[in-house]
Ligand binder design. Structure first.
Ligand SMILES: NC(=O)c1ccc[n+]([C@@H]2O[C@H](COP(=O)([O-])OP(=O)(O)OC[C@H]3O[C@@H](n4cnc5c(N)ncnc54)[C@H](O)[C@@H]3O)[C@@H](O)[C@H]2O)c1
Length: 359
C-alpha cells in the first residue's frame, strides 16, 4: 500500500515538474515574443549587460528572475542597499546563460553599472493604503536622483527604465540629473508604464470574453490616476463597447495599482505583475538595441506629440533607444476630454520633478 502510494506521489511529482517546465517555456516564449511579437535567442547574439537597482525588493527579485530567464541578457548586475549577495547567489543557480553578480551598498554601485546596456530602476518605497504615488515623491525622488548621478558617471550611454514612483516626476528628475551631468539623451530615458498596458489588455479581454494573448491596446498620458488613459477605441481585436463599459474599464485601469495596494493590505503594491511588465519592456528595449525591426511599446518619454513635455505613447525602439515617438492617432470625444483633464496634473508633476533637482 505504502509502495503504491509513494509510486503515485512520485508520478504526481514528475507530472508537476513537467508542468513547471511547460510553464517556464511559456514564460520564456511570452517574454521573447512580448507584446511586440518576435524575439531573438541569446545564442550567438550580442553581449548585453542589464542592471537592476533595487534588486532585493518586492519588484526587484522577480524582475531579476525574469531577466535571468531572458535569452537576451548575458550579464545581470543586481544592486541594492543590502541583501543582493543572497539574491544573486540564489539566481545564479538557475541554468540559463546570464552571469549574475550581486552588489550591495553605495560603494559597489559603480561596479554594478559599469558596462551596462540597460539599467532598470525599481528602487524606493512602495505605496501603502491611503497613500498616492505623489506621497512617495519625497523619498523616491532623492533615491532616483542619486542613482541617476551614478548612471551618468559609470554608464552614460545605457538605456534607463524607471519604475520607481511617481513615474510622472521621477522621469523628469532623471532627465534633469542627466542634463546637469551633460549626458542626457532623450532617446535613452523611459518611464515604465507597461503595467497600465498589461492591465488594460487583461480587463478588456475579460470584459469582452476574448483571449488576452491577441489583444493590443495603447495606454497614453502618464502613470498616476487620471493621467492614465487607455485608448479602448484603438484596441484590437475591435469589440463594440458601450460608453459605460469604456468608463468602467478606464477607471479600473487607472485604479489598478490601488486595487493591489488595498488587497495587499499594507504589505506593498504590485510586485509580480510589475516585474512581468518591467521584464516585457526591458526585453523590448534589448530587442531594439539588437536591431530587431518594428519593436513598439508604450512608454513615458520626453515628447512633443502634445504640449506636455513628458508623455506616454507608443514608441518605436531601435539600436539607439527611441527611434520614433508615435502620435496619438484618432481620439474619441471621451479620450480627448480625458486628455484635457489630465494635462494640469501631469504638467505639475513634471514641474515638481524638475524643480526638485534644480533647487
Ligand atoms: N511603474 C510602475 O508601474 C510601478 C508599479 C508598482 C510599483 N512601482 C514602484 O516601484 C518601487 C519599488 O516597489 P517595491 O514594491 O519593489 O518596493 P520594495 O520596498 O519591496 O523594494 C524596493 C527596494 O529598493 C531598495 N532601495 C531603497 N533605496 C535604494 C537605493 N538608494 N539604491 C538601491 N536600492 C534601494 C530597497 O532596499 C528595496 O529592496 C516603488 O517606488 C513603487 O511605487 C512602480
Amino acid at each position: 500500500m505504502a509502495r503504491a502510494l509513494s509510486f503515485t506521489a512520485g508520478q504526481l511529482f514528475l507530472r508537476q515538474q513537467a508542468m513547471h517546465v511547460v510553464c517556464w517555456r511559456q514564460i520564456h516564449r511570452c517574454m521573447s515574443q512580448g507584446s511586440s511579437r518576435g524575439g531573438s535567442p541569446g545564442k550567438g547574439g550580442p553581449k548585453r549587460k542589464v542592471a537592476v537597482l533595487g534588486a532585493a525588493g518586492g519588484i526587484g527579485q522577480p524582475l531579476g528572475l525574469l531577466m535571468k530567464l531572458s535569452p537576451l541578457v548575458t550579464d545581470l548586475a543586481l544592486f541594492d542597499i543590502a541583501g543582493t549577495p543572497g539574491v544573486a547567489c540564489d539566481l545564479s543557480h538557475v541554468n540559463t546563460q546570464a552571469k549574475v553578480e550581486g552588489f550591495a551598498g553605495d560603494g559597489e554601485l559603480g561596479k554594478a553599472l559599469t558596462g551596462c546596456d540597460l539599467v532598470i530602476i525599481p528602487a524606493g518605497v512602495p505605496r501603502k493604503p491611503g497613500m498616492t504615488r505623489d506621497d512617495l515623491f519625497k523619498i523616491n525622488a532623492g533615491i532616483v536622483k542619486n542613482l541617476c548621478k551614478a548612471i551618468a558617471e559609470h554608464c552614460p550611454k545605457a538605456l534607463v527604465n524607471i519604475i520607481s514612483n511617481p513615474v510622472n516626476s521621477t522621469v523628469p528628475i532623471a532627465a534633469e540629473v542627466f542634463k546637469q551631468a551633460g549626458t542626457y539623451d532623450k532617446a535613452k530615458l523611459f518611464g515604465v508604464t507597461t503595467l497600465d498596458v498589461v492591465r488594460a489588455r487583461t480587463f478588456y479581454a475579460a470584459k469582452k470574453g476574448i483571449p488576452v494573448e491577441g489583444v493590443d491596446l495603447p495606454v497614453v498620458g502618464g502613470h498616476a490616476g487620471i493621467t492614465i488613459l487607455p485608448l479602448f477605441s484603438q484596441a484590437t481585436p475591435k469589440m463594440d463597447m458601450t460608453e459605460k463599459e469604456i468608463d468602467t474599464l478606464t477607471k479600473r485601469t487607472q485604479d489598478g495599482g490601488t486595487e493591489v495596494v488595498q488587497a495587499k493590505a499594507g504589505k506593498g503594491s504590485a510586485t509580480l505583475s510589475m516585474a512581468y511588465a518591467g521584464a516585457l519592456f526591458a526585453e523590448a528595449c534589448l530587442k531594439g538595441l539588437n536591431g530587431q525591426k518594428n519593436v513598439i511599446e508604450c512608454s513615458y518619454v520626453e515628447s512633443t506629440i502634445t504640449d506636455i513635455p513628458f508623455f506616454s505613447s507608443k514608441v518605436r525602439l531601435g539600436p539607439k533607444g527611441i527611434a520614433e515617438v508615435l502620435g496619438l492617432g484618432k481620439l474619441t470625444a471621451y479620450e480627448k476630454k480625458a486628455l484635457d483633464d489630465m494635462a494640469k496634473e501631469l504638467k505639475a508633476s513634471i514641474r515638481n520633478g524638475i524643480e526638485f533637482v534644480k533647487k
